[in-house]
Design a protein around this ligand. Structure first.
Ligand code: MN
Ligand code: MN
Length: 473
């Protein structure tokens, strides 16, 4: 693999090239990179949960002329439809000129990100310190020590006893207070320092500090806890039992930030995988009257193995396909649903790990993705001998590679870490259960699954262009 432009003419002709987008981008392309990155940063700063992700995306889809699939009565090439599942996952499509029985071009991402959820009965007052805290249970793969001593926000959906639904969002507005998980001072952390890094902060130690004011009620036994309960009651109509029918998510607080003197990178929470949700849905919105039907899925619960009705393992995708088939024939035979799924070309739109200059040793550098080098195609994920991987075929890799090359989209390949170093999975294998060709492709991030994941503005642009080219193919 040639590292740069040096070398003989024959080398240049025969070797694979790997270059940073920044070295080759034209002035107009740099303008396009800035423009899409600005929109993306605005989105990722607001889309802090899977619900908020779906809400932001649906609002954009509606503005772009997409309507609820229930309102679409017949098949019309170029018609734009969407369907939402329990406010947590979505499907959207631009109907193609060719029949859906011949398959679609599908891009599937996920809108959930690792975070801290609250326990069922989370609120307590510590008797010695008279501080009120919340007990959490983390969601997805986090490194627990990342979550202490950083500003946190609370996002919640609560079903009250009378059935009314209220939302709680605190910590994102600069005028809001934030929340904190505390950690030991260096002066007293000698014993904690002897713990293994993975146990430096333990699951039960992830408790969120809420309040220190006592409620003015002489007879109350836990006055600070009562202050919090009174506050929640006055502001949201909540009582303690309402936590049982709530979903509170603790996320890092604050907007996305440009990173570096040159502002070429983006630091934000939740980029895995909302960077793919944003770029794929934007590509869909910019797709007019495609040959094959173009479909975006944004799924939930990927980070905990795609379990539950809002995940890729539910039958939501089939329901959406069956609605599409019904637009032409209300009594279509079952075989047609299977055919339209099995003839679909799918991109599992998820991130890969980019080489971190400080921790290069976990990567095999010839096969690892680089920040700013374009969308990363991942033929297989999994770990320990490709175990649990969807391994895309040579034929499908050939098709995708040609689509990207024909559209002059910068791309690279990437394998997540050295052989036997670790690994991970995506929803690719659940798509493949429907007998469709699937490959993983998305941007590469540094510090993935951390409260401040790092992407390259150039990769946001390259990923959007790759998805748009795939829909146009
Ligand atoms: Mn992901
Ligand atoms: Mn992930």
């Amino acid at each position: 693999m040639a590292k740069d432009e040096k070398g003989s003419a024959k080398e240049k002709k025969l070797s694979m090239k790997r270059r940073s987008i920044w070295e080759t981008a034209t002035k107009a392309q740099k303008g396009a990179i800035e423009s899409i990155s600005k929109d993306y940063m605005d989105f990722i700063g607001k889309a802090k949960t899977e619900r908020l992700t779906v809400r932001e995306l649906i609002s954009g889809l509606k503005k772009a002329g997409f309507k609820d699939i229930a309102q679409q009565k017949t098949w019309r090439a170029g018609a734009k439809v969407y369907m939402v599942n329990r406010d947590k996952s979505l499907a959207a499509a631009v109907l193609g000129k060719e029949p859906i029985e011949d398959g679609a071009n599908l891009i599937a991402s996920h809108g959930d990100s690792p975070r801290l959820d609250l326990k069922q009965n989370p609120l307590f007052e510590d008797a010695d310190t008279k501080l009120a805290l919340l007990k959490t249970h983390y969601y997805g793969g986090i490194r627990k020590y990342h979550w202490v001593n950083i500003p946190l926000a609370i996002h919640g959906t609560v079903v009250l006893g009378n059935g009314k639904v209220v939302e709680v969002h605190i910590g994102e507005d600069p005028a809001d207070p934030v929340f904190l998980i505390t950690d030991l001072l260096p002066h007293l952390s000698k014993k904690q320092g002897e713990r293994k890094l993975s146990e430096g902060i333990q699951g039960e130690e992830l408790q969120v500090l809420l309040a220190s004011l006592p409620f003015t009620d002489k007879k109350a036994s836990k006055k600070v806890k009562l202050w919090v309960l009174d506050h929640l009651h006055r502001k949201y109509g909540m009582v303690e039992e309402d936590f049982v029918s709530s979903e509170f998510e603790i996320t890092p607080a604050g907007p996305a930030r440009e990173v570096g003197f040159d502002r070429s990178m983006i630091g934000a929470y939740g980029q895995d995988d909302r960077i793919c949700a944003f770029t794929s849905v934007k590509a869909l919105m910019d797709t007019a009257s495609p040959r094959r039907t173009s479909i975006c899925l944004v799924m939930d619960k990927e980070e905990i193995g795609s379990e539950g009705p809002t995940s890729m393992r539910s039958r939501f995708m089939e329901e959406f396909y069956s609605r599409l088939l019904e637009l032409k024939d209300r009594d279509y035979p079952d075989r047609k649903l299977m055919e339209s799924l099995s003839r679909t070309y799918a991109i599992s739109s998820d991130v890969n790990g980019a080489v971190d200059p400080i921790f290069k040793q976990v990567h095999e550098l010839q096969n690892a993705a680089r920040l700013g080098h374009g969308i990363c195609i991942t033929k297989y994920t999994g770990s320990g001998g490709k175990y649990n991987a969807n391994d895309a075929s040579a034929e499908f890799m050939g098709l995708i590679r040609k689509v990207l090359n024909d559209a002059k989209v910068p791309w690279q390949t990437g394998e997540l870490g050295k052989v036997d170093e670790g690994g991970g999975g995506t929803i690719a294998k659940f798509l493949a259960e429907h007998n469709m060709d699937v490959v993983d492709a998305g941007p590469a991030l540094i510090s993935m699954h951390s409260p401040m994941e790092l992407s390259s503005k150039a990769d946001v642009w390259a990923t959007y262009r790759a998805y748009a080219a795939f829909f146009a193919s």
